[in-house]
Ligand binder design. Sequence first.
Ligand code: DQA
Length: 140
Amino acid sequence: MKILVLNGPNLNFLGIREPDIYGKQTYADLTAYIHSAAAELGVEVEIFQSNHEGALVDAIQNAYGRMDGIVINPAAYTHTSVAILDALKAVALPAVEVHLSDVDAREAFRQVSYAGMACQTRFTGLGFEGYKRALEYLKQ
Ligand code: DQA
């Protein structure tokens, strides 16, 4: 089973950005965590991060016919991007939304998720563990 893990804008700044919200661990720590969770679960992962909406749309389209599922933390694009929603709908792969922070307990604008409308479920507020839970969900 092959799963694409997508991370949106500013997640490459983990460890630097708002550590009180996102923690002190870096993006490299996150990718290492995802690789080790995938190995434990016996799934193959490709991880991609971009600060650009179109690059995320391209990555979703490239998953078509190649990957079995998508784990996506669209970061700020969660709350704005119809293009990412449409790309997820276009490829129609099982998808799971992840957020490190508890978006529902934050500002009102973070409580809207366009990408989430094309996802089967979501894990929020669990930090890195949300990615493992998402991989587990897709494996089943
Ligand atoms: C985030 C939550 C988003 O609202 C925010 O824009 C991010 C990160 C999270 O993982 O908690 O960049 O997706």
